[in-house]
Design a binder for this molecule. Structure first.
Ligand code: SF4
Ligand code: SF4
Length: 455
């Protein structure tokens, strides 16, 4: 979120140990920048550097700025906050860096300091507090919002707002988002509330717990449903712990590490009896695996977070590692795959989703150049930085092969952003989650079996 002079106020004197001009607990970790030799090999990988050509909007420039504040050469002020919050946190620079400098981790830690020193005020502060503290951590409020959205979509209000162009009273980027909102269905957390455990089909091989996600379960409950069907089909009992909460990624990206820690503790407790925690949203999976980073100054919780993080698995990798059943029904389609940043750069998962797609008879994969380049979604970046997000999306869409019918990926934020790209640039591709396509193939296979049994 870019910071303007009149949106911020200086916070009162802090109470914690400091590092240079970082005056609060949990400052950026010196060991993360220690290996940066300013070689510049990360520059070309950075979408914001590509768009601006400015060193301060490059990974190397950001590392230098973050280090300079720690050395007392720079203040935590607007000039520092702007490039730090303009970063997409896409982690492409860490993949490109020969020294594995964790630029994304530094960015998140620096944002934590900025938001404590310069809390958002005015309408930005109110909106941020409303969603980050008042909505995302509370499943019942999110579900209520989902019902309101469903009413808007099904009551004729949406049609009327579009027809009368009332919708255009909103800023342009929000109008674009409204146009690609998926149809809201019942969240799986609500649907299976009384179910306890969802039983594996056939022989039970393992039991896993599913992170349903906050926004994911409201906007994309059909993908959660597909995930459950695919897991049970492959011999997994599935549990949905009811006391789980939002993963905290949006909070940590926004600099609210304290709420991030609270949510992390709740999830660690909620999943304490699970051996495996399955995640189908790359951003959430990456956050859960990085919980130990939030507890660098708390040994007890750090150890708990490490044990928890070791149990977290992305759905595509879990299916690949446990030997999922290859579908037999044909889905004849030409498809391309977009690597979500937090799957490819954040978790190093590239081969497994492609393997799943290629295992479906009839699927023809077309290579997308720069498949692991950010699409501009980046959590709520497309709301806070619409111009940069739009430029990054434009560049992404230029690489989507014209001849494909579908674009597959493993992150809901990317799905919305890419759907916006398809609409905006007059393309006609369908956006699918990798696990959805596998689920369709299984369903088709089952229908064919039913058909055969009637012959
Ligand atoms: S972050 Fe890595 S690639 Fe970039 S300048 Fe530093 S050492 Fe080089
Ligand atoms: S995380 Fe992405 S946007 Fe941020 S500096 Fe690295 S490459 Fe650039």
């Amino acid at each position: 979120m870019s910071v303007r002079e009149n949106d911020v106020k200086q916070a009162p004197a802090c109470t914690a140990a400091s590092l240079g001009n970082y005056l609060w607990n949990d400052p950026p970790d010196e060991s993360k920048w220690a290996d940066c030799v300013h070689c510049g090999m990360c520059l070309e990988s950075c979408p914001t550097y590509e768009q601006t050509g400015q060193e301060q909007h490059s990974p190397r420039g950001r590392v230098h700025l973050i280090k300079s504040v720690a050395e007392g050469k720079l203040e935590v002020n607007e000039a520092f906050a702007d490039p730090v919050f303009a970063c997409l946190d896409c982690r492409a620079c860490t993949t490109a860096c020969p020294a594995d400098v964790d630029v994304g981790g530094l960015i998140e830690e620096a944002r934590g300091q900025i938001r404590q020193a310069m809390p958002l005020t005015g309408w930005k502060g109110a909106v941020s507090k409303f969603f980050l503290e008042g909505v995302f951590p509370h499943a019942n409020r999110l579900h209520l919002l989902g019902r309101l959205l469903k009413f808007y979509q099904t009551s004729g209000l949406q049609k009327m707002a579009r027809k009368t162009r009332l919708i255009h009273m909103m800023p342009e980027h929000l109008v674009e988002m409204e146009a690609i909102l998926p149809k809201v269905k019942q969240p799986v957390r609500q649907k299976y509330k009384q179910a306890g455990m969802i039983q594996a089909k056939g022989e039970t091989k393992r039991t896993v717990a599913l992170l349903t996600g906050c926004v994911m379960d409201v906007m994309f409950s059909d993908i959660n449903e597909a995930t459950i069907r695919v897991l049970t089909r492959n011999g997994n009992n599935v549990t949905i712990p009811q006391n789980q909460t939002c993963c905290g990624a949006l909070h940590v990206h926004a600099g609210d590490r304290e709420t991030g820690r609270k949510l992390a503790k709740q999830n660690i407790e909620a999943f304490k009896d699970a051996d495996t925690v399955i995640v189908n949203a790359a951003g959430c999976g990456c956050m859960l695996k990085e919980y130990p980073e939030l507890f660098r100054e708390d040994q007890e919780w750090r150890e708990k977070a490490e044990r928890f993080a070791a149990k977290v698995q992305d759905i595509s990798k879990y299916l690949y590692d446990t030997g999922y059943e290859k579908p037999k029904a044909e889905i004849k389609t030409r498809i391309t795959y977009h690597d979500a940043c937090h799957l490819a750069h954040g978790q190093g998962i590239r081969r497994e989703p492609r393997d799943i797609l290629l295992s479906i008879p009839g699927v023809e994969m077309v290579h997308m150049p720069n498949a692991d380049r950010c699409c501009g979604s980046a959590g709520i970046y497309n709301i806070t930085h619409p111009e940069m997000a739009g430029a990054v999306l434009k560049s992404k869409m230029e690489h989507v092969p014209e001849e494909v019918e579908m674009i597959s990926m493993g992150n809901p934020g990317c799905m919305l952003q890419m759907a916006m790209g398809v609409l905006k640039y007059g393309r006609n591709q369908k956006i699918v989650h990798t696990v959805q396509l596998l689920d369709w193939a299984y369903q088709k296979e089952d229908q064919q079996k039913v058909g055969e049994s009637w012959r």
